[in-house]
Design a protein around this ligand. Structure first.
Ligand SMILES: Nc1ncnc2c1ncn2[C@@H]1O[C@H](COP(=O)(O)OP(=O)(O)OP(=O)(O)O)[C@@H](O)[C@H]1O
Length: 269
């Protein structure tokens, strides 16, 4: 029987170089079929964690287990197998601006499969249909709005039917309506395709609408809290409350230490 867990991050510590630790003793469990958020402010190591899951870098300590297999960056065959099962939506979509919508979604299919053109066409149209943009297949990327571009990137991320879809800041730069549309799509695609999703974001409220579970990371690459959105919302922990409610001052200060403003501006106090 398949275990409930698709990915396990087990006491992982990592730094790009020896002088600076980016992730500190991080442990997380991503359950099959669920949408899990990794929340945290800029620079706390969220994107780095996705790179480790994809086997781009090895942890310095601890291990990452994907569907029962230890992710070992030296094992090229295993990495290829693991990556085939991953779909990634990069920060800001990263679409090819000189290609059409259709060609962008077809790209991974052409790169990774030998499927005949007629089948590629059907798959691309189905994926575009799933994000509501079948009618936009012939447009160029320069002709579409930011919200549409994000949906096209979503269609491309699911082109190869990944079992795990990793979203890096899927809401960045979107207006509130496009954000809601994107969030609901992430949930819908997860459930209709039976995949598992990881959403890396600093947008707590948007994520809480759609995720099953969330990890909260803080500066220094530590996990400070985990739980369902309801559990985290009830937390009495000051660090958690500050992050979830977006309060400017709490344990994490909004202002970098500075002398009083009046003093800096030369105004008598
Ligand atoms: N390839 C790299 N080499 C060295 N340092 C890196 C590299 N990539 C990221 N870093 C550093 O690692 C830290 C964590 O970066 P990371 O991108 O993982 O954070 P993040 O939480 O995803 O933040 P953001 O949302 O701003 O991207 C940052 O201080 C960054 O400067």
């Amino acid at each position: 029987m398949k275990s409930d867990t698709l990915i396990e991050i087990d006491h992982v510590t990592f730094g790009y170089d020896a002088g600076r630790t980016i992730l500190r003793d991080v442990s997380m469990t991503f359950r099959r079929g669920q949408v899990t958020a990794i929340l945290g402010g800029s620079g706390c190591g969220k994107t780095t964690l996705l790179r480790l899951i994809g086997g781009v870098y090895p942890p310095n300590q601890g291990r990452i287990v994907f569907d029962g297999e230890l992710v070992d960056v030296r094992d090229k065959e295993l990495l290829y197998r693991v990556r085939r099962r991953l779909g990634m939506l990069f920060q800001f979509g990263a679409l090819f601006t000189d290609l059409t919508v259709f060609e962008n979604v077809a790209f991974p299919l052409r790169e990774h499969t030998e499927l005949p053109e007629s089948m590629i066409r059907d798959i691309v149209l189905l994926k575009l249909n799933a994000v509501g943009l079948r009618g936009a297949a012939g447009l160029r990327i320069s002709q579409v709005s930011g919200g549409m571009a994000r949906r096209i990137a979503l269609a491309r991320a699911i082109a190869l039917d990944p079992e795990l879809i990793m979203y890096d800041e899927p809401f960045a730069g979107l207006d509130p309506i496009s954000m809601g549309v994107t969030a609901n799509l992430i949930r819908k695609l997860n459930d209709t395709t039976g995949s598992t999703s990881l959403v890396v974001s600093h947008d707590v409220q948007e994520c809480f609408q759609i995720v099953d579970y969330a990890y909260l990371m803080a500066a220094g690459g530590r996990v400070v809290a985990e739980g369902t959105p309801a559990e985290l919302s009830r937390s009495e922990d000051p660090e958690v409350r500050q992050f979830i409610r977006g309060e400017p001052d709490g344990p994490v200060k909004f202002h970098y230490p500075a002398p009083p403003l009046a003093q800096d501006l030369g105004i008598p106090a």
